[in-house]
Write a protein that binds this ligand. Structure first.
Ligand code: ADP
Ligand code: MG
Length: 629
């Protein structure tokens, strides 16, 4: 274990500065990174009230030497780099010596630690930047750090904290990123004493399985099973990970996880390459799911670009862009997606020219990149990773030595066949009020706020208002889904719905089925899912309540039901919830609308649960009862 040292001014001046602690999740991220850097194999995270009240992280890493405790809380003191040159070869997640100092300034922190070679540990407190004396502490080797009352002394910043579920969502996201990038670590996350995630460490040789199992933990089984592994070496760049079947697309790029040397980053260029690889397989505005790891020599990537280290700058981003694009394309091509992956018919050119830099013939795995996909690649507007491509790095970069790929051809118009939209908010299906009405407006009488009585040719029909409405909604739903015409109401502000971790997993597992029903839910991390849309047919009921009912239903299933069965069940469940109830007073309008719609329904006599929706009292029967006949 290296000792902590204060960095010199010249080094400090080269460090990308900025606020790093924005919310509890930022604390978790920094502390988890410290635990990983300390070589821990097991890290436990406990969070209360989304982290605003308490964050406790316990690791079994190298610990901190008692004499270094003061320095640990000093700004720009670190054990990870020494001099400016080290910035070019950062091999740890942290390196700026700022996190503990920042956290110590804005919270009440207790740090207990014992170094591996020490007979006894020590404890220190830092409250709002005021450091206590170190005291002896008897605990296991490793570090235990508690961060309480974040921003207690900075009310303006505390004000910016959001609700517990929102903050917890961010915490889960930070945890997810770290867990995905370190599949060999045993990691635990608890919220208010309740287990949220536990990911056990795999070994190096079952890396793929360990990663897949983590993907399943965080994104659900359905996605876990639909992920295709990718792995390729190109010169000294290694790319591996999983990409999802295009069927598992998303409305945003949040599920594109990119890690560079095991550090989670956002990179526009890589994001673009991912999307480009799926071109023709996804509709515009839809995003692929991918978990990708790029490993490259430390000196090829500058991590000292962004205060939270969430962006990097590649010394040469072109080969990386093309490696991601070609590897993903080739992988997708292997799957039976050819029906959709049509090369443009009229281009008339054979695309055999490799777009990658000439692969080294001795490099066997590089050959996997050829044959190149039979589709021209649009990289006319490759966004640069960060800032402008020509911006000088903070240290003098070597001139680019690796061969640049040939100038890309400009791909003009995508002529790929794009699957027809499956669902659209703009639908030409008539609005509720435009639905065909019965030519003659029937007189309807509501009895006991529960039954509707109408006259028919045969006699008198008594309708159970709930049962009929339920049946009508069920049929309307079914018809619209069949025709891909379900009116979906997008929520301007997605509604967070708090569930248990198990329910979240179940819900996300059935995300696609729910989507077919117009209920779009997205994982938000932890105990929360975000409801982003619901079927417009349900407009009268709280979408959140309906989601909860659906979740209850899902939880009640021991085995995963057949898709058809599940859809049917959920449809009838939603119809039941959305329908008027016994006891609801209806307006004349509502009554005649409902009664008129019974014509649209094939089997009006039974609700989806099989109860009768209407009873006919025939003229004959009435005559008989009144002894007229
Ligand atoms: P940095 O990680 O950039 O070095 P930090 O402020 O996060 O800066 O941490 C300061 C120093 O404290 C680290 O360099 C490391 O030596 C030590 N440290 C922090 N957390 C731990 C931990 N969990 N285990 C061991 N050492 C730690
Ligand atoms: Mg750190």
């Amino acid at each position: 274990m290296s000792r902590i040292q204060q960095l010199s001014h010249s080094v400090i001046s080269r460090i990308a500065a900025g606020e790093i602690i924005e919310r509890p999740a930022s604390v978790i991220k920094e502390l988890l990174e410290n635990s990983v850097d300390a070589g821990s194999t097991r890290i436990e995270v406990d969070v209360e009230q989304g982290g605003a009240e308490l964050i406790r992280i316990v690791d079994n890493g190298s610990g901190i030497h008692t004499d270094d405790l003061n320095l640990a809380f000093t700004a720009h003191a670190t054990s990870k780099i020494r001099e400016a040159d080290d910035l070019e070869q950062v091999g740890t997640l942290g390196f700026r010596g700022e996190a503990l100092a920042s956290v110590g300034n804005i919270a009440q922190v207790t740090l207990q630690t014992r170094a591996r070679d020490a007979s006894q540990g020590s404890e220190i407190h830092c409250n709002g930047g005021v450091l206590s004396e170190a005291r002896p502490w008897n605990g296991a080797v490793g570090t235990r750090i508690e961060v309480k009352h974040l921003f207690y002394n900075v009310p303006v910043r505390k004000k910016f904290l959001r609700t517990t579920p929102t903050e917890m969502g961010h915490v889960c996201e930070a945890f997810t990123r770290l867990s995905l990038s370190h599949p060999h670590l045993h990691l635990i996350l608890r919220h208010n004493g309740k287990m949220v995630y536990e990911t056990r460490g795999g070994t190096e040789d079952d890396y793929e399985e360990a990663l897949r199992s983590r993907i399943t933990t965080f994104f659900g089984r359905e996605i876990g099973e639909m992920m295709y592994p990718v792995e390729v070496d190109y010169r000294d760049i290694k790319l591996k990970g999983f990409i999802a079947d295009p069927a598992k697309e998303r409305g945003n790029a949040k599920m594109q996880y990119v890690f560079v040397n095991n550090r989670w980053i956002r990179d526009r260029s890589i994001g673009h390459a991912i999307q480009e690889a799926y071109r023709g397989l996804l509709m515009t505005g839809r995003y692929a799911i991918a978990v990708l790891f790029l490993d490259l020599p430390k000196e090829m990537v500058d991590v000292n670009v962004h205060p939270t280290k969430s962006e990097v700058r590649f010394r040469n981003s072109q080969p990386i862009y093309h490696l991601v694009l070609s590897t993903l394309r080739n992988r997708l091509h292997q799957e039976d997606l050819t029906a959709q992956l049509q090369p443009p018919k009229n281009s008339g050119e054979t695309i055999s020219q490799p777009t990658l830099p000439e692969p080294d013939p001795r490099d066997v795995s590089a050959k996997d990149l050829a044959p190149w996909m039979p589709t021209p690649i649009s990289d006319a507007h490759v966004p640069t990773s960060t800032g402008s491509p020509s911006a000088p790095m903070s240290y003098a970069p070597e001139p680019v030595t690796s061969p640049s790929p040939p100038t890309p051809r400009i791909h003009q118009e995508s002529t790929h066949s794009v699957p027809p939209p499956v669902q659209s908010t703009e639908t030409n299906w008539p609005k509720r009020s435009e639905l065909p009405k019965e030519p003659i407006r029937e007189r309807v009488l509501q009895v006991q706020d529960t039954y509707l009585v109408v006259e028919t040719d045969e006699g008198m029909l008594v309708i159970d208002q709930h049962a009929l409405h339920e049946r009508v909604l069920f049929e309307e739903f079914k018809a619209r889904i069949r025709e891909g015409n379900l009116d979906v109401q997008r929520l301007l502000i997605p509604e967070p719905v708090e569930l248990t971790a198990e329910q979240v997993a179940k819900t996300l597992e059935h995300q696609e089925a729910l989507k077919e029903l117009g209920l779009n839910v997205e994982g938000f991390g932890g105990d929360t899912v975000l409801l982003t849309s619901y079927p417009a047919l349900l407009s009268k009921r709280s979408p959140q309540k309906i989601l909860l009912a659906v979740v209850d239903h899902l939880m009640g299933q021991d085995r995963a039901p057949e898709r058809e069965v599940l859809l049917n069940d959920l449809l009838s469940l939603m119809a039941c919830h959305a329908a008027v109830r016994a006891g609801d007073r209806l307006t004349d309008e509502e009554m005649s609308e409902l009664v008129a719609k019974r014509q649209l329904v094939d089997d009006i006599h039974h609700c989806p649960h099989g109860r009768p929706t209407a009873l006919l009292f025939s003229r004959q029967e009435l005559d008989r009862q009144f002894r007229r006949a």
